[in-house]
Design a protein around this ligand. Structure first.
Ligand code: GLC
Length: 752
């Protein structure tokens, strides 16, 4: 007898009312449902496919699509990704609910990373705002739009710490620092998930990629990872733990191995840490076919073995591997795995469906009117412009060339009129070419200025999309002459250069990280005829900019800022908005310095006597980065003074207050991100030269001063020590407060 969801709901209600007097503990609906399910049906919940609308109708299906259509109707699929639109989702859901024995609804998932239709800055760019409320707000809008379009689950936030700008996926994360990365992970999880997952304007989030993906060797995507447990626990794990503590509904395991053990098959990561030590009750989804890829890793001889390794390790859902659906049943029947493993995984998936409200109403998220009313709302675009402004980092502004004073301006560069690159990679359902270009932003902001324009050089030739390699233009200089001529005849030149959207992101690691193609060559030619250049960078990673920093008077880091990019950048260039962004990731002088990051260790030879060579350095480049973590200028100028601590002794059960005075010595009101760093001078293992432990973004009026205070307690000093136990160690500490990781004042204190 088919009792379906409605039947179970009714039975549960009847059971409750009948038993209310006996005050029996109500078994959860999920337990009831699980008890009804066959082994095949439970395994079906662990099977996830990427499907388009092609499976919403019974039409002629070929090959795999035919099989998937059958599985859709017989409960062989638990969730899908990449199927968009309330109408398509409703029709697909109907196939499942009306045809499968128990009518258990699907979850619809998608990579909603920095917006669904309205695009916000790429996550690395938005992280430069250091504005947690903003990042929660943009995630909430992304969720609202995605949920209106039939999505209940996003594979975001990506919380991988990385110090390697060669890796294309740094654009998806929050940069190099565990403290900032953890705070941002929490903001984004809260934004996506809101107060309740059953609210049809919120979606389940996903902390990914667990773990270590940002440490791929040589920055090459999908490459091997070699980190020790101290690095894993003190640098890589914190943002995942923060996301878990914030209630993130799901995790995604990473593709990579860590010192020989693929994350997909890592019982240490998935069972010992996540589901054991942390008692995590949510769902772990594999990354795309990462279960099947255990064969390529060389730890499984076939899919059957891969299925056994992954389910044992704790990967609950098989995304696009077609491994669980084909092999788990036989493994259970052969007694090689216990059905309890399947039950645990299936229960987690059913609980997620319950939490999303899908067991109450499988069609909760498929309101086409709500979809029409929600996407690209003006208030969403306004938020995108605000997020864009706040993400911009002013890297250089010699002789206050900015804000713009000129009125005879040459607009040059391959990204000046580009309406697509600013949308960025991982662009969800955004329309290609839908961003406001910098050209549009500037000409609208300064209607009376005299603008000339020249592209100068193409950045890429051929296809420019998620699935194909971008071919960089390296031979066509035919546009140089016009650009040079227009630069020569202008007061000021604004040059828009950088990377296209698809020069960073998944599968986009680069071995060199300078301006791609002929851009720097063109810039140098322009510089020969006009030195009043403002370089606006649009890129998805830190770049090497040594010549640019040496010669170009004004440099603005504008990332890929999303739908309102052109307006946001124009707001900063015209002075309508005073930039306050700070780098979430170090910019190197040379790619040979990578990985380079502020919270490095001292080593045994941090320096040496002048003229000696026996210390940690490269002989052909300074040890320091070009721009340090936390760096960013303003149209205001801030002076720090009077750093102090309330006590020089911090007791194990006490706290002290650190304070500093910050004065705005300019005539422009401005925001400043005041940063607190702490160094553990002696530990049982080597400790970073400094670690971010707090930050406050404060508005300081022109000519005004404020005192900024931070509470310091022993919890801030805790870390995974050599024995991997977590805690603080008594001893001496140095406390730094400043405008970035390099420019600080310091004071010492002791933890007793
Ligand atoms: C991709 C990515 C992952 C994404 C998934 C689904 O390969 O590694 O971040 O969520 O597949 O698109």
């Amino acid at each position: 007898m088919k009792i379906g969801i409605k039947g179970i709901v009714l039975l549960s209600i009847m059971a409750i009312s009948a038993c209310s007097e006996q005050k029996e503990t109500k078994k959860s609906r999920v337990d009831d449902l699980l008890a009804e399910m066959t082994l095949e049906e439970k395994i079906g919940q662990l099977n996830q496919y990427s499907i388009g609308a092609e499976l919403t109708g019974p039409g002629e299906k070929q090959g795999q699509a035919k099989r998937r259509y059958e599985e859709l109707k017989n409960g062989g699929i638990g969730s899908v990704l990449n199927l968009l639109g309330a109408k398509n989702a409703r029709e697909t859901q109907r196939q499942v609910v009306e045809n499968s024995r128990l009518g258990i609804p699907l979850i619809f998932s998608f990579d909603v990373v920095h917006g669904y239709k309205t695009m916000f800055p790429i996550p690395l760019g938005e992280s430069a705002s250091w504005d947690l409320e903003l990042m929660e707000a943009t995630a909430a809008v992304a969720a609202k739009e995605a949920a209106a379009a039939g999505i209940q689950w996003t594979f975001a936030p990506m919380v991988d710490i990385s110090r390697d700008a060669r890796w294309g996926r740094v654009m998806e994360g929050a940069g190099e620092d565990p403290y900032l990365g953890s705070a941002i992970a929490v903001a984004r999880v809260k934004g996506f998930q809101g107060e309740s997952l059953s609210d049809p304007a919120t979606i389940a989030a996903c902390a990914k990629h667990f773990a270590g993906y940002g440490f791929v060797e040589s920055g090459k995507d999908y490459n091997n990872v070699y980190v020790g447990e101290n690095q894993l626990m003190n640098t890589i794990v914190p943002p995942f733990k923060a996301a878990k503590d914030a209630g993130v509904a799901t995790f995604m395991n990473a593709f990579n191995d860590i010192d020989g053990v693929p994350s997909t098959a890592s019982t240490f990561l998935l069972r010992d840490i996540l589901k054991g030590n942390w008692q995590y009750k949510g769902v772990v989804v594999s990354d795309w076919n990462s279960i099947g890829e255990l064969i390529s890793h060389g730890v499984a001889k076939d899919k059957r073995e891969a299925a056994k390794l992954a389910i044992t390790a704790g990967a609950d859902i098989d995304m696009e591997g077609v491994v669980y659906i084909d092999h788990l049943k036989e493994l259970v029947e052969a007694g090689e795995i216990n059905e309890d493993l399947i039950d645990d995984a299936a229960k987690r998936v059913l609980q997620l469906k319950e939490d999303l409200g899908l067991l109450d109403d499988p069609y909760l998220y498929f309101d086409e009117n709500r979809e029409k009313e929600t996407l690209l709302k003006k208030e969403h675009l306004d938020l995108a412009r605000e997020a864009g402004r706040k993400s911009i980092v002013l890297l250089k502004n010699q002789d206050d060339l900015l804000p713009l004073k000129a009125s005879n301006i040459a607009l040059i560069g391959p990204l000046m009129k580009d309406k697509d690159s600013p949308i960025g990679n991982w662009r969800a359902a955004a329309e290609a070419g839908s961003a406001v270009s910098l050209y549009e932003g500037l000409t609208k902001a300064l209607p009376d200025a005299n603008f000339t324009y020249a592209e100068g050089v193409k950045l890429s030739v051929g296809p420019n999309n998620f699935f194909q390699e971008v071919e960089v233009e390296t031979g066509d200089r035919s546009g140089f002459a016009e650009a040079i001529n227009k630069a020569r005849n202008a007061e000021t030149v604004i040059v828009a250069m950088g990377e296209t959207a698809y020069m960073s992101g998944e599968g986009r690691s680069r071995s060199e990280i300078g301006l791609p193609g002929l851009q720097l060559e063109l810039l140098k030619e322009i510089y020969k005829v006009n030195k009043n250049i403002i370089l606006v960078l649009m890129n998805g990673r830190p770049l090497t900019l040594a010549w640019e920093d040496e010669n170009i008077p004004a440099i603005v880091e504008a990332w890929h800022l999303g739908s309102e990019a052109g307006h946001a950048i124009a707001d900063v260039l015209t002075g309508k908005y005073n930039p306050a962004g700070k780098l979430p990731m170090t910019f190197p002088r040379a790619v040979g310095q990578v990985p380079i990051y502020y919270n490095h260790k001292m080593t045994g030879r941090p320096s040496s006597a002048p003229g000696q060579v026996f210390y940690t350095h490269h002989t052909d480049v300074d040890n320091s980065p070009l721009y340090p973590f936390g760096y960013g200028l303003s149209y205001s100028s801030f002076v720090y003074s009077d750093i102090s601590v309330s006590e020089s002794l911090l007791k194990a059960d006490g706290e002290i207050t650190a304070s500093v005075t910050v004065k705005n010595t300019s005539d422009v009101d401005g925001e400043e991100v005041v940063q607190l760093y702490i160094r553990d001078l002696v530990g049982t293992i080597t400790r970073p030269v400094k670690e971010l432990k707090g930050f406050k973004k404060v508005m300081i009026p022109a000519g005004g001063s404020i005192e900024v205070e931070f509470t310091v307690d022993p919890e801030m000093l805790a870390y995974y020590k050599g024995d991997l136990k977590y805690g603080a160690e008594p001893g001496d500490f140095e406390l730094f407060i400043g405008t970035n990781a390099r420019d600080t004042q310091s004071v010492q204190f002791e933890l007793k």
